[in-house]
Write a protein that binds this ligand. Structure first.
Ligand SMILES: [Zn+2]
Ligand SMILES: [Zn+2]
Length: 367
């Protein structure tokens, strides 16, 4: 019995890479391997690298990113929304995105031509989509994970009222969190079977790991900008667990439970009340980060960032399941989940390998 357990642990350890964490304010970024880490390990190590750290405990590039974000965000806040949309909105979002990535995600999403975020777009979604933003997996020539992030420009379907900067940035953070988890979490069948208790369901992706990661980012940014914090609190009833995201996730779980898909896919049961021993504990109503234990755990288990880990040393990993895929944000109604599902169905029947949204007006550019 003991040897069976050991061999299972060994197989698991061999299959999943050890995530990185900044342990001593390192000045070098790690190079993360695509599709390599167990979701919870990745969340723990990433959160430990920024959560409740004072400025002098941060890596130098994290400090610069934080300063850069706050300075630019505050400067652009003074520009009236309509004027900003007409002038420097796109370049502002692009710069803010790089700062967010550098601070929270090891710069792994945007700082290299082959980084996962390949395109950022400002768009106007069709009314039935009911979306504020979307993170969509795209086909890349290099076989590495690539995403297109689209942000809704208008607050209303008719396109009269423009979305202001704090709301756009809030949605951008949400989509970057999706891209980070989708691009670097393992997609082996063992991990996918537990998606319901990890990254989240196929179409919504707002599972406990997503919520824990996103919570840590939003709480941390509360000190950066009161305006941004107001948006985070407003869409989460002050809990930093987005109401719409959670309800979309739950409705997808219920649907799949009802139609037997969960059973057919061999998914693990949904754990409504997870163990209190978890370092980042995520329920549907509250999230608690045990900072002291998290730091001790990460110091012991995470890879240290060193010059060699900063190089691209990994072999290309492929997702087990390369089916069509769409991640959406803050879906506001159950209909929107149905819409996305239909969209993927349509695309999977077509020639395209990955789900792509039908032609939309957009103002994006390749990065
Ligand atoms: Zn796995
Ligand atoms: Zn989302």
């Amino acid at each position: 019995m003991a040897s069976a357990t050991n061999s299972k642990a060994e197989t698991s350890a061999a299959k999943h890479a050890r995530p990185f964490a900044y342990k001593n304010g390192e000045s070098v970024r790690p190079f993360l391997q695509p599709y390599a880490y167990k979701a919870r390990d990745l969340m723990n190590c990433t959160v430990a690298s920024f959560y409740e750290l004072s400025d002098d405990q941060l890596a130098p590039h994290q400090r610069r990113a934080k300063e850069g974000f706050i300075k630019l965000f505050n400067r652009r806040l003074k520009v009236p929304t309509a004027e900003l949309h007409e002038t420097r909105l796109y370049s502002t979002l692009k710069k803010l995105m790089r700062h967010i990535d550098e601070f929270f995600f090891f710069g792994s999403l945007t700082h290299d031509l082959q980084s996962p975020i390949r395109r950022l777009a400002l768009t106007h979604f069709p009314p039935e989509a009911d979306l504020l933003g979307r993170c969509c997996l795209i086909n890349t020539d290099d076989g590495l994970p690539g995403f297109e992030i689209s942000l809704e420009k208008y607050e209303d379907y008719k396109g009269h009222k423009l979305v202001d900067l704090p709301n756009l940035v809030h949605t951008l953070i949400h989509e970057l969190t999706h891209a980070f988890l989708e691009g670097f979490c393992c997609h082996c069948s063992q991990c996918k079977r537990n998606d319901i208790n990890a990254v989240g369901m196929e179409f919504t992706g707002h599972g406990p790991i997503f919520r824990g990661m996103h919570y840590a980012v939003m709480v941390c940014m509360a000190d950066w900008s009161a305006e941004l914090d107001k948006v985070s609190r407003g869409c989460s009833n002050d809990t930093y667990i987005e109401t719409f995201s959670l309800s979309a996730e739950k409705s997808e779980i219920e649907d799949m439970e009802k139609n037997g898909t969960l059973k057919k896919m061999g998914m693990r049961p949904y754990i409504r009340n997870p163990s209190r021993r978890l370092l980042i504990w995520t329920s549907e109503h509250r999230i608690f980060i045990d900072v002291k234990r998290l730091r001790t755990h990460v110091r012991r288990t995470a890879m240290s960032v060193s010059a060699t880990s900063a190089k691209r040393t990994s072999t290309k990993r492929k997702r087990d399941d390369e089916g069509p895929f769409v991640r959406n944000t803050r879906v506001q109604t159950e209909d929107a989940v149905t819409f996305l599902r239909r969209l993927v169905d349509l695309n999977s029947r077509g020639e395209e390998r990955f789900a792509r949204v039908p032609e939309l007006p957009w103002w994006g550019r390749d990065l």
